[in-house]
Design a protein. Structure first.
Length: 566
């Protein structure tokens, strides 16, 4: 059988290789300094002092003999040291190299070194999961084909260990990860003015919760946090059973911007004085932060948005560190889903879960108060003291700015739907909303911005160019039970395409045909209870009349007529 002809070609030294070879004396010099002990260093220093006078003149046999006797060495050793000192010109020339193989050197043939590097990079280009055994097999085949002795597994393993730390050995995401580990970053992010930059992010809390009545497991909640970069104060948070969304961002911002009187009433002894409208919000590239609702809400309230580059969590280090701090405290709770000692999820975590959503919110409020009173390592003082000091002026204490209307601020960040206002009102997801205030807004040719509160399906909010939002109730609101939009969508999905018209589903809901059997999942029921509780506090009151438009046969009539059904 003919031998396989190798396609590997030994590369010519590149400019980079030549420059690295030219700098080898510098690397040897650095290695000598690292290997030299303090005693050896002092000895070399003394020898350099003795040889300093002979750098520019010849020596006599008597002087050489005197130095040999002083150093306790042979005359030939003195001659060699003197020649090295004259060539090197400094102390480093007298440092003694340790015997044996020097660090970084290799006894392996350069051709075999190249084969190992080339095959490793080629296999890692296919998959970064290629192991030592996979690469060793290919290296052995290639060496036999080129009539070289195959290296041992230990030899290949040592080379691969160095190559795995080199970003140039990989492609794609693996290369980026290794580059990220070697990237030089700034040690801090200096913001001196409070509320100049507020960072916001989400995380899935490391704790399992239960339903308050049946004590059934409902899963892990989503925690949304906001931190002021200048003072490291927690501006606000939101805990929900929902996935990250524009609504969670809106609720978190509402807590951050306005005074937290309701928290201080529910938790005696908790002092949370941080509030105010921020100048800019720093976020990652999550979909909820690029949504129209978030961007328009920021524009309407004069808040600029800052997005950190993709796959660079270091640019959001303040909020990431804050999340890590709260998660470490969360892991002390029963039902935690991560063990720092085990490095994984502990067994039987579900059986240990005892906290409800309300319990976890109370825990977070107490942890925020505890965090604010502790000395921050970077600030050198507590976040609360930094906040109070930041607002002190020569004429007294200045108060942060905040929007005039809390309800309008929240609605500015609610999810957006684009719809037209017709004679029948506004239609969203098979539901129709109408009110007499729409009389002057009817224009089927223009798309309007409609805000919806995902917690409440009974009303929508029409954005007006001048004036407040118009609250538009559902057309059959008198008989519509309180539910959220996700519940309504779940009901629609359970019906066939032929029975998915909004009026028929409304009839099913009103008559009780759709019962609890469709919402047996305990997490869904917990979500419903949570949103209904928030709705009672947050949502605007809807008009108590349900309006039904009467379509006239007279097509020349410019405006529709409305009938109020008491």
């Amino acid at each position: 059988m003919a031998k396989r002809v190798s396609k590997l070609q030994m590369p010519q030294p590149s400019r980079r290789d030549r420059s690295s070879s030219d700098s080898r004396p510098s690397r040897d010099r650095a290695q000598l300094q690292q290997q030299t002990s303090d005693a050896e260093w002092e000895g070399a220093l003394q020898r350099s002092r003795d040889l300093k006078e002979f750098r520019d003149r010849d020596t006599t046999p008597v002087e050489i003999a005197r130095l040999a006797k002083k150093w306790g060495v042979a005359r030939s050793t003195v001659f060699r040291s003197l020649n090295k000192f004259r060539e090197g010109g400094d102390l480093a020339a007298l440092l003694r190299r340790r015997p044996g193989l020097q660090p970084g050197s290799s006894t392996l043939a350069p051709e075999i070194e190249f084969i190992i590097h080339d095959i490793a990079k080629r296999l890692w280009a296919i998959s970064e999961n290629a192991t030592v055994e996979d690469i060793l097999a290919e290296v052995s085949k290639e060496c036999r084909a080129r009539q070289f002795p195959p290296p041992s597994r230990a030899t290949v393993g040592r080379r691969l260990k160095r190559l795995r730390a080199d970003p140039n050995s990989f492609r794609g995401e693996a290369r980026q990860v290794l580059k990220e580990k070697r990237r030089l970053v700034k040690s801090n992010y200096s913001i001196s003015e409070p509320l100049a930059v507020v960072q916001i992010d989400h995380t899935l809390a490391d704790v399992l919760l239960v339903e308050p009545y049946t004590r059934t497991l409902i899963g892990r909640p989503t925690l949304t946090l906001a931190i002021d970069v200048a003072t490291r104060c927690v501006m606000g948070f939101c805990v929900s059973l929902e996935a990250p969304s524009s609504l969670l961002v809106a609720l978190c911002l509402e807590t951050a911007v306005f005074p937290k009187d309701w928290i201080q009433l529910q938790h005696a002894g908790v002092n949370w004085p941080m509030y105010g409208l921020m100048k800019s919000i720093h976020t990652d590239n999550g979909r909820e932060f690029h949504a129209r609702a978030f961007r328009r809400g920021c524009d309407l309230n004069g808040i600029s948005t800052i997005y950190r580059p993709p796959a660079t969590p270091r640019f959001g280090g303040h909020i990431e560190r804050l999340i890590g701090t709260f998660m470490r405290r969360t892991r002390l709770l029963p039902g935690n889903t991560y063990s720092d000692m085990l490095g994984r999820r502990p067994k039987h975590a579900e059986a240990r879960a005892t906290l409800t959503l309300g319990d976890y919110k109370s825990f977070l409020v107490e942890e925020v108060d505890r965090y604010h009173t502790r000395v921050h390592r970077t600030l050198g003082t507590s976040p609360r003291s930094a906040w109070e000091r930041a607002w002190k002026r020569s004429r007294g204490v200045e108060s942060p700015k905040m929007p005039t209307s809390k309800q309008r601020f929240l609605m500015d960040f609610l999810p957006i739907r684009s719809r037209v206002v017709t004679r029948e009102g506004i239609e969203i997801e098979g539901l129709r909303f109408s009110h007499e205030s729409l009389q002057d807004e009817v224009n089927p040719s223009v798309q309007r911005v409609i805000r919806i509160d995902p917690r409440d399906v009974s009303r929508v909010y029409l954005e007006c160019t001048d004036g407040p939002y118009l609250t538009i109730p559902i057309r059959t609101g008198l008989n519509m039970p309180g539910m959220s939009w996700w519940e309504w969508k779940a009901i629609r999905q359970q019906r066939s395409a032929k029975e998915s018209r909004g009026d028929e589903l409304l009839h099913l809901v009103e008559t009780g045909a759709v019962g609890k059997s469709q919402l047996r999942n305990e997490r869904q029921r917990a979500r419903r209870e949570e949103w209904q509780a928030l709705q009672a506090i947050q949502a605007l009151p809807a008009p108590k009349t349900s309006l039904h438009p009467l379509v006239r046969s007279d097509e020349d009539s410019p405006l529709p007529q409305w009938e109020i059904l008491d």
